[in-house]
Design a protein around this ligand. Structure first.
Ligand SMILES: [Zn+2]
Length: 259
């Protein structure tokens, strides 16, 4: 903020959306198209999380920092968004809480549930493709089964989208196998870290910067293990989902009260 490193406002001729780019050791620039809404404050928190991650890697070489896998690249950004959301929920009135939660729960459902269905779909396609080519009907039924497996009875079967494989461009590129999976992993990993932070904020603060600075040097399981977190345990992921469940419970309470 002090150095004007954030190009915040929308202008004609400027590209849309938002991103953060590391420019030199520890330094980042952020592009945004800010408008006064919670969603844009949240996007800014997300991009500042990436900037903080870059800062944490200040003393790493380009090879050490640049090797951060996609699965860990969203760790700090998700963490920042979660801090902002939880803090905002404590300070605003019921009506605004509802708006904030509706948005974040929709995002979480998309990232956790829908991306899981795409993961299952790709897994079953690769398994079958080993032996032979697949027909469009088979793709449809694999997608349908994957969506049924992840959405359960949460949405009506008639509204499932068996042609999802036809509309997502990345399914057609060899370089983008399991393209969506890191977003789901990253979100749950960031939420899991938030759960750890809530349990013991002081201990977490001591190791957080160190964890971010090492994301290019070990895989997620190794890295988390160094900080006493076992991501191969079910408890860690249940802890991540509990952060979302807490929001669902608050959302349901607020809806019941507003009737
Ligand atoms: Zn991001």
């Amino acid at each position: 903020f002090n150095e004007n490193w954030i190009d915040a406002e929308p202008r004609s001729g400027k590209v849309g959306g938002a991103f953060c780019m590391g420019v030199r050791r520890g330094e980042s620039r952020i592009l945004a198209n800010y408008s006064p809404s919670f969603s844009w404050v949240s996007t800014l928190a997300h991009e500042l999380g990436h900037a903080y991650h870059n800062l944490a890697e200040e003393d790493r070489t380009m090879i050490q920092a640049g090797a951060t896998p996609m699965t860990l690249a969203e760790t700090a950004s998700t963490f920042c968004e979660t801090i902002l959301r939880k803090a905002a929920l404590k300070t605003v009135g019921a009506e605004e809480q509802l708006v904030i939660l509706e948005g974040s729960l929709q995002d979480a459902a998309g990232t956790i549930i829908d991306i899981t269905s795409r993961f299952l779909f790709e897994q079953s396609v690769f398994e079958r493709r080993r032996d032979r080519e697949l027909s469009a009907d088979e793709f449809n039924s694999l997608m349908f089964e994957a969506q049924k497996a992840t959405y359960g009875d949460a949405i009506e079967e008639s509204t499932l989208h068996p042609y999802m494989w036809a509309v997502k461009g990345h399914y057609y590129s060899m370089d983008y196998a399991f393209y969506n999976y890191p977003y789901m992993f990253g979100m749950l990993f960031g939420l899991g870290l938030y759960a750890q932070y809530e349990q013991d904020p002081d201990a977490f603060r001591e190791s957080y910067d160190d964890l971010l600075s090492s994301t290019g040097m070990a895989d997620a399981a190794d890295l988390a293990g160094r900080f006493g977190i076992d991501i191969r345990s079910k408890e860690f992921w249940v802890g991540s989902l509990d952060v979302v469940c807490e929001d669902i419970a608050t959302f349901e309470e607020l809806v019941a009260k507003s009737k």
